[in-house]
Design a protein around this ligand. Structure first.
Ligand SMILES: NC(=O)c1ccc[n+]([C@@H]2O[C@H](COP(=O)([O-])OP(=O)(O)OC[C@H]3O[C@@H](n4cnc5c(N)ncnc54)[C@H](OP(=O)(O)O)[C@@H]3O)[C@@H](O)[C@H]2O)c1
Length: 306
């Protein structure tokens, strides 16, 4: 299938691209155009696009799939009003432009896959969440609601949005941020440490996308999280052991996080116990169903045989 991809140069874009490039033809839209070839690890055609300007009809020729991953990084920088606007615009404007172009040229996609996040659910304590649960009402939840609505409005025979938990990948994204903090300050639970993290390993994300491209029963919102959500105190303990980090018994008080990170601290302290209900009903086989299995892959203790 010929697939248009936004955000193909990023963390998830590379993992997904490597998984699907053998059987699909990928056209990646990047703000850096051809210069972005050095940022991808899979074969593709690279097209220059800033996410806001018109889509060239040539880019749509023969295109049957869209994978939308573009977006300013949510976990970096304080959420000033300007940054919040950039977080929204960088996700919504590309969808609006592609929507307009498809409609203008009377085109319909076969399949659309867009990223979203478990931030959709807001801060929910110990509540068990599935795809039918209501959204939250904070900034991130509203962003996810609007992002999903925009994605599901595009003309496509089948559309799905992946409510991703923080993605565990070697020396990148969530792991890089947290291990960086551990090295600087020691391993500390955040606030009470009682809040749940619903995470997923990057190889499982790539596999979900590969299956969703061809399996017609994947559609609508899908929780892309492993079946084992952990409390902050639990995963902090496990990650500290895997990285041999000194533990700070008192933890990091919530007010200190608020001072350091502003409104973004709400995201660090918010609790989502999300079940991958729809993936499980598809009998999706997680390669990394437990945090321990993911950590073993990320921080191997034995030398690889190769
Ligand atoms: N990684 C996670 O833990 C996680 C968890 C939940 C949800 N998600 C969502 O999944 C998507 C992909 O995540 P990721 O970790 O792969 O992100 P990433 O590594 O930061 O890559 C995102 C890509 O978006 C493009 N981009 C960034 N700012 C942009 C802007 N202002 N306008 C247009 N394009 C812009 C960039 O492509 P160019 O520089 O080539 O233009 C970049 O490669 C994001 O929407 C993210 O919010 C990720």
């Amino acid at each position: 299938m010929r697939i248009l991809m936004t955000g193909g140069t990023g963390l998830l874009g590379n993992a997904i691209g490597r998984r699907i490039a053998r059987t699909n033809q990928l056209l990646v839209l990047s703000r850096e155009g051809k210069n972005a070839m050095s940022r991808v690890s899979y074969p593709c055609e690279m097209l220059a696009w800033n996410g806001q300007s018109e889509i060239s009809p040539r880019w749509l020729e023969g295109v049957e799939g869209l994978i939308h991953l573009a977006g300013e990084s949510i976990g970096q920088g304080r959420w000033t009003p300007e940054r919040k606007q950039a977080l929204r615009d960088s996700r919504l404007q590309p969808l609006e432009q592609i929507d307009q172009a498809l409609r203008f040229h009377n085109r319909q996609l076969r399949v659309l896959i867009s990223a979203s996040g478990v931030g959709y659910y807001g801060n929910r304590g110990d509540e068990e969440l599935n795809e039918e649960s209501s959204p939250g009402n904070d900034f991130l939840a509203q962003l996810c609601v609007d992002w999903e609505k925009a994605a599901l409005a595009l003309p496509s025979k089948r559309s799905l949005v992946l409510r991703l938990g923080p993605v565990l990948a070697p020396d990148a994204g969530f792991i890089k941020e947290v291990v960086g903090m551990f090295k600087k300050f020691g391993a500390a639970r955040l606030g009470s440490g009682q809040h749940f993290l619903s995470w997923i390993h990057i190889e499982d994300v790539a596999e979900i996308v590969a299956q969703a491209l061809t399996n017609p029963s994947y559609s609508g919102p899908i929780n892309a999280v492993a079946p084992e959500a952990l409390r902050n105190s639990e995963w902090t303990e496990k990650l500290a052991a895997a990285t041999n980090t000194f533990k700070i018994p008192a933890g990091a008080p919530a007010f200190a996080l608020k001072v350091m990170f502003g409104e973004m601290a709400d995201m660090m302290l918010s609790s989502q116990k999300v079940n991958p209900t729809r993936l499980q009903s598809q009998k999706f086989q997680f390669r990394y169903p437990t945090f321990d299995s993911a950590l073993k892959r990320l921080f191997p203790t034995e030398p690889s045989p190769h």
